[in-house]
Design a protein. Structure first.
Length: 202
């Protein structure tokens, strides 16, 4: 859960993502899902070689100029630039929806696709490894299923983060993320939502 990270760490997180032109809330939701709610840079997928905040595969890590082993040894702060670099490489302009952020990690071909776009069907290796994503149990994983998974993740995670954008503070995006008062972390109850709200200035 996001409450595993301190307000200072979350301020850094917000600043790094904003500096890369990314939607802080959408990246946070992907991290919540991919790290199984741990927000741990060392978390490893028990069924694959994926590691870290957004479950970097070895080939992805190498393409980013690092390795799975190195990522797993990094602190939260050290791994953030690699998260930002990954999404920035995909292209923030292509990531117009929450589901596009998750598709960028899980199945890039689904970025910008229609809800009924089929990613995998029952009996395939991809489906069998990820059948929990078949949210309507119809034997297919579609873009709509990914959207449902992300919306459910956002609705059930713990914690609230308010990020004041740079135009409200007069600071750079990174400065806005780090400024005192730019980030408010409230640890809520088990059913509380993770909500990233852009607070309008003035």
């Amino acid at each position: 859960m996001i409450a595993h990270r301190s307000a200072a760490e979350l301020g850094l997180f917000a600043g790094v993502m904003q500096s890369a032109g990314l939607d802080v809330g959408n990246v946070a939701t992907v991290i919540e899902f991919e790290s199984a709610g741990t927000w741990s840079p060392s978390v490893k997928n028990p069924g694959s070689a994926a590691v870290g905040l957004i479950q970097f595969m070895p080939s992805t890590a190498e393409s980013l100029g690092t390795s799975s082993a190195a990522l797993q040894q990094m602190s939260f702060a050290e791994q953030l630039p690699f998260v930002a670099k990954y999404f920035a490489r995909v292209g923030p302009a292509r990531l117009s929806r929450l589901v596009d952020y998750y598709a960028a990690v899980f199945w890039p071909a689904a970025i910008g696709s229609a809800d009924d776009y089929v990613i995998a069907q029952a009996g395939s290796t991809v489906y069998d490894a990820n059948k929990g994503l078949d949210r309507d149990n119809n034997g297919q994983i579609t873009t709509s299923d990914l959207a449902v998974a992300m919306n459910q993740t956002r609705a059930t995670a713990k914690g609230t983060v308010d990020v004041i954008p740079s135009h409200s503070t007069g600071l750079s995006p990174r400065g806005a993320g780090l400024a005192v008062g730019a980030l408010i972390l409230t640890v809520l109850g088990t059913a509380a939502a993770l909500i990233i709200r852009k607070v309008r200035g003035g």
